[in-house]
Design a protein around this ligand. Sequence first.
Ligand code: NAG
Ligand code: NAG
Ligand code: NAG
Ligand code: NAG
Ligand code: NAG
Ligand code: NAG
Ligand code: NAG
Length: 283
Amino acid sequence: QLFEVSEAKPSGELFYPTYDLAEFSWDNLNHTLNHTALTAELRGVPATDPGGAFANGSLAFRVTAYEVGGRAGPLPSLLHTADSSQLQFILAGVAPRGNGSRFLLQLAAVEPPGAARRLRARSSIDDEYTPSIFQELLLQAEAPNRSSPLSFLQWKAAAYGAPSPRREDGIRCRAGRLRAANGSLPAAGLLQAFFGDSLGSACALSLLNVSFGGEEGHVYQERRYLSWSVLLGFGEPPRDSFSPLVISIAAVALGAPLAVLLLGACGLLLARRRRYSEYEPIN
Ligand SMILES: *[C@@H]1O[C@H](CO)[C@@H](O)[C@H](O)[C@H]1NC(C)=O
Ligand SMILES: *[C@@H]1O[C@H](CO)[C@@H](O)[C@H](O)[C@H]1NC(C)=O
Ligand SMILES: *[C@@H]1O[C@H](CO)[C@@H](O)[C@H](O)[C@H]1NC(C)=O
Ligand SMILES: *[C@@H]1O[C@H](CO)[C@@H](O)[C@H](O)[C@H]1NC(C)=O
Ligand SMILES: *[C@@H]1O[C@H](CO)[C@@H](O)[C@H](O)[C@H]1NC(C)=O
Ligand SMILES: *[C@@H]1O[C@H](CO)[C@@H](O)[C@H](O)[C@H]1NC(C)=O
Ligand SMILES: *[C@@H]1O[C@H](CO)[C@@H](O)[C@H](O)[C@H]1NC(C)=O
């Protein structure tokens, strides 16, 4: 589901009618398959759009599969492995229904029996690959005995307001609380095929809201474009190691005072030795 909320001056937040993706009409994915780039794009608009917000726009999910590990070119330049794919959520040309509209995308994750989903935020001092973004979020399923990591979803806390994003097109992206959803699971054929009979009885559903924009929420208003990239995969999620640049800066920053200390100590020793040698033994 896609929520749209706007700051209404007297009464706090104003929610517009929700866009339910189950009620969208989707284009044929076959026409967007690219067998060399390993990409596909599923694009849709609401089946009924009385307000005309989607008259010039659409919502899309673009999937990129990978044959080898590496790093995506465009920002946020997510690191990937051969076992993962990148999923991009793209809102393009959709007219916001309020002046300062913010969009919230609600994600649903289905767990196999016994597994639990956890949301973790990791901070880094290294933003070389995603400038000015220091936070990474990980939504990971774990088996109870922690022996076998299951599926994961990993993203940087940023969305972008341009098809070829630059640093200044960044749109702040925040995750809400992960909530267990009691009751009915979505009746999707794909879920039924993947989980089989355990779907109804033993699988658990958790929900998470990811919101785009905020105080500085006018990027979408101006650009009418929002793209949010996540990495989807199985097993251990890839982690950024410190870049050589940061390592060398840290080495200089830590090494310089150490060198000064060592030099100082040597100088002191030499000075003391010299001072003692200036005295003549008494007898
Ligand atoms: C997409 O392509 C596959 C394989 O070529 C075909 O089986 C399927 O019917 C196509 N789907 C649509 C909606 O055209
Ligand atoms: C597939 O992607 C490649 C690389 O991005 C591009 O050069 C090519 O034109 C695309 N093919 C189609 C049919 O869009
Ligand atoms: C769609 O585009 C047309 C022509 O550019 C414009 O007149 C119209 O206002 C747009 N509609 C919306 C909902 O943005
Ligand atoms: C949006 O902002 C414009 C100018 O700031 C104002 O005239 C208009 O009433 C606002 N619309 C809403 C729905 O708040
Ligand atoms: C851990 O749990 C998984 C799934 O529940 C099970 O297949 C595996 O044998 C367990 N491993 C250990 C060491 O208990
Ligand atoms: C789901 O059930 C648990 C325990 O039964 C309860 O604590 C929680 O509030 C429920 N969540 C929702 C969204 O209803
Ligand atoms: C996401 O936000 C919408 C609108 O505020 C709310 O109705 C829904 O319960 C939220 N979902 C979660 C999982 O927090």
